[in-house]
Design a protein around this ligand. Structure first.
Ligand code: CTP
Ligand code: MG
Length: 226
């Protein structure tokens, strides 16, 4: 069963503010994008990776991957368009597709294994999730609390998300509305989306704080704090 991962890495990283596309920012000397790709390939369950980068970075990105089984393509104006650009180059033999943010460079191999195993077991769409530990409230435009949400039913969603290739292609047919994840499009066509356990290390690097945490986790310096 051929498993291909699409890695959207074409964002500009406005919230990180590093002055370069976020996926190219280095963590302990290795670009986040390369770490994300290596995390996908580590468990040996992914055959090929399609990396989607800003149009002006395609030539520079290719050599970053050495002899890894990687194809680099230009992305689009939002994440959904970038994933669509990656899906467009998948061959007809692709049976399972993973979609994984370049911005989750520390994702453990076990998360990748769990997602692929659940798709192989027959689920059309699979997402890794974590419980939401904080109390969650809705507020109005003036910042006044409207309600407290029952958090026992809430889950924070990570990547990689896994799909039977045909189902993801159907979800992406036409011009899909921009979404922050791929399972959202699969939900919209009425397919069931299964969950597996995520991992705190699969967190997304969004801000400078996240980047600092990731660096501390990698160097082990976090253990010396306090
Ligand atoms: N992404 C993409 N193409 C876009 C926008 C985002 O491939 N046009 C990718 C990012 O590179 C990232 C993932 O989608 O790997 C998740 O997006 P996010 O964390 O929002 O990254 P950015 O869009 O780069 O960050 P920001 O929103 O702060 O600008
Ligand atoms: Mg973004």
């Amino acid at each position: 069963m051929s498993v291909v991962a699409v890695v959207p890495a074409a964002g500009s990283g406005v919230r990180l503010g590093a002055g370069m596309p976020k996926a190219f920012v280095e963590l302990s000397g290795v670009p986040m994008l390369v770490r994300a790709v290596d995390g996908l390939l580590a468990p040996g369950v992914v055959d090929h990776v399609v990396v989607v980068v800003p149009g002006d970075q395609v030539a520079a990105a290719g050599p970053m991957f050495g002899d890894r089984p990687v194809t680099v393509v230009p992305g689009g104006a939002d994440r959904t368009a970038s994933v669509a650009a990656g899906l467009a180059v998948l061959g007809p033999g692709t049976e399972v597709v993973l979609v994984h943010d370049a911005a989750r460079p520390l994702t453990p191999p076990d998360v990748v294994r769990r997602v692929v195993a659940a798709v192989r077991a027959g689920a059309p769409a699979v997402i890794p999730v974590l419980p939401v530990p904080d109390t969650v409230k809705t507020v109005d435009g003036a910042g006044v609390v409207v309600s407290t949400v029952d958090r026992s039913a809430l889950r924070a969603v990570q990547t990689p998300q896994g799909f039977r290739a045909g189902d993801l292609r159907r979800a992406y047919a036409g011009t899909p509305d921009p979404r922050t994840d791929d399972a959202g499009l699969v939900e919209a066509i009425g397919d069931p989306v299964r969950t597996v356990d995520g991992d705190p290390l699969a967190f997304k690097v969004t801000t400078a704080w996240d980047l600092r945490i990731a660096e501390l986790l990698l160097t082990g310096a976090g253990e010396r704090i306090g």
